[in-house]
Design a protein around this ligand. Structure first.
Ligand code: COA
Length: 194
């Protein structure tokens, strides 16, 4: 059973080779708007690109509030080199009684194709399995999101479910499928040893 009080005491800042993963602040709202108003970014997220700064403010507020209410961990991913916000990563949909959470990641197009998603996801997975004490981590993707699928495969996630037309995408105005992946702590440890 996850010890939520211990996990949600002080926001866990993480560091990778190229990024700092830190708590969101209201100062991140304009960069959040730039991220989520980009149709390339929202293409496989099943949502319309943001149209107003207020939506970005609400999203950042939800991220900050989610830590205070022990609901979810959302990290602002910041480039060490430039200090700019590259996107966000999350461990959310926590199921404390099953030691399970869902992984999420969204980056600015300028940051794509450089291995950054893989780098930050490796760190979030490590944090989830070690500090948090998760037993399994799930990820759900639009099956057409090849980049996201590849990130998961590189981390050792295995596809174990497939829902047909379970998600109505308002941008495409049709129902999309969902591929469900997961990684178990035992498999993650074994891969580390290899
Ligand atoms: C999906 C996303 C996170 C990938 O980020 P990224 O930083 O480009 O990923 P990486 O550079 O770590 O790439 C990981 C692998 O995926 C591959 N890849 C990345 N984008 C790809 C694409 N569009 N098509 C096919 N493969 C792709 C890379 O080549 C790499 O594989 P390789 O090491 O075998 O060459 C990024 O495109 C994104 O933020 N998209 C918008 C939000 C989103 O869809 N998030 C996921 C929701 S489930």
């Amino acid at each position: 059973m996850l010890a939520l009080e211990a996990i949600f005491t002080t926001f866990p800042t993480l560091e990778t080779d190229r990024c700092i993963l830190r708590e969101f602040t209201p100062d991140d709202v304009p960069a959040m708007f730039a991220l989520m108003s980009d149709a390339q970014v929202t293409r496989y997220l099943g949502r319309q690109p943001m149209a107003t700064m207020e939506e970005a403010a609400q999203r950042v507020d939800n991220f900050i509030h989610g830590f205070a209410t022990q609901s979810h961990l959302v990290w602002a991913v910041v480039s060490k080199e430039t200090g700019t916000l590259l996107g966000n990563g999350t461990l959310w949909n926590l199921i404390p009684e099953h030691d399970r959470a869902e992984l999420g990641y969204i980056l600015m197009p300028a940051a794509w194709g450089k291995g950054i998603a893989t780098e930050i996801c490796q760190m979030m997975v490590q944090f989830g399995f070690t500090t948090m004490g998760l037993h399994s981590i799930e990820a759900q993707i639009d099956p057409e999101n090849s980049g996201s699928r590849r990130v998961l495969e590189k981390l050792g996630f295995v596809q174990e479910g497939y829902y047909r037309e379970n998600f109505y995408d308002p941008t495409q105005q049709h129902y999309t499928d969902t591929a469900v992946f997961s990684l178990l702590v035992g498999n993650w440890r074994t891969r580390l040893i290899k």
